[in-house]
Design a protein around this ligand. Structure first.
Ligand code: PLP
Ligand code: CA
Length: 305
């Protein structure tokens, strides 16, 4: 296999790269911004791609925000985008539950571990949801909870799915409640399984780390709906009528973004070095995925505008 092609500073290679694709899928954090700081030249780069007739789609594993909230964030950072062009892991999970799982009436509720973004996306797809940001679960477990979970009186018999995303308020009560639903046969899903959440030049607990205690206790593995899951690729393809050969995934993380593009048989993958992984990570023999292209940062594509 040819080594990844370095695009930074190579006008001819950049032009050829842009001409090769009609759709670019962008990872967000680490590519467009870091936290609330937009990288220099990013809005202009997206505008340039749009001016060249490219479709730009934003594919994020962040489950805590709804697409509406993401749109607000993109607009606030002057990145041109419409609601239809945002695809988040909570939305991906909601689409999977409503269009693929098709739960029977009477068993169609979701118990969510996560923030408001999960609840918003489930509700928008018409899926009843309990847990999530509900204050009722943001407290210590009591002796009555232990008894009520054990005998089932505290469980909603209509719950058919446990969906786990990143929850800044995760606690013993929520995890124990989820475990009891799983033990009663609920389908185990995760919005995404990122091990870590990069912030402030450090690493915090990612959504994948929130679901690990449940995996351990239940001895079950969730189906993850965020990158690199091909369930998410199928949903993106269905929604945007992608021609995979003419689509390129741009990301900063090999085990989510680049793997997503490689396993999805996309025409290309571009690794930008402005986020979590670096060149050394795909140079290793046991690299989880190797990109077709790499560049120092997204705005390096702009020099030929
Ligand atoms: N999950 C959460 C909660 C986040 O805040 C982020 C980044 O902000 C991510 C996942 C990773 O998002 P992305 O896929 O855009 O890098
Ligand atoms: Ca990222």
């Amino acid at each position: 296999m040819a080594p990844p092609k370095y695009l930074t500073g190579d006008k001819a290679a950049i032009n050829e790269f842009i001409d090769k694709f009609d759709t670019f899928l962008f990872d967000c954090d680490g590519v467009l911004w870091s936290g609330d700081h937009v990288f220099d030249g990013v809005p202009e780069t997206i505008l340039m791609l749009k001016a060249r007739g490219k479709r730009t789609v934003f594919v994020t594993n962040n489950s805590t925000k709804s697409r509406q909230e993401y749109l607000k964030k993109l607009a606030g950072l002057q990145i041109p985008c419409e609601l239809e062009d945002v695809f988040g892991s909570s939305y991906s999970a909601a689409v999977y539950i409503s269009r693929i799982l098709k739960l029977p009436p009477g068993k169609n509720k979701v118990f969510a571990i996560g923030e408001a973004g999960i609840e918003a996306e489930l509700t928008a797809e018409g899926i009843p949801c309990i847990g999530g940001p509900d204050e009722k679960f943001r407290r210590d477990i009591t002796p009555e909870d232990f008894a009520g979970l054990a005998d089932g009186t505290l469980l909603d018999p209509e719950v058919g799915v446990v969906l786990c995303g990143l929850d800044y308020h995760i606690n013993y009560l929520k995890l124990s409640t989820a475990l009891h639903y799983l033990r009663r046969g609920a389908v185990f899903l995760a919005t995404n399984v990122d091990s870590t959440l990069p912030m402030h030049h450090s690493f915090f607990m990612g959504a994948g780390s929130c679901s690990i205690p449940l995996q351990y206790a239940s001895n079950q593995t969730p189906l993850a709906l965020g990158k690199p899951s091909q369930a998410m690729m199928d949903a993106v393809e269905g929604k945007f009528q992608l021609d995979r050969a003419k689509t390129c995934m741009i990301g900063d993380r090999l085990n989510t973004d680049i793997k997503f593009g490689v396993e999805g048989n996309l025409g290309g993958t571009l690794h930008v070095l402005s986020g979590v992984h670096q060149k050394e990570d795909w140079e290793k023999e046991d690299a989880v995925a190797v990109p077709a292209y790499y560049a120092d940062k997204l705005s390096d594509l702009k020099i030929i505008a």
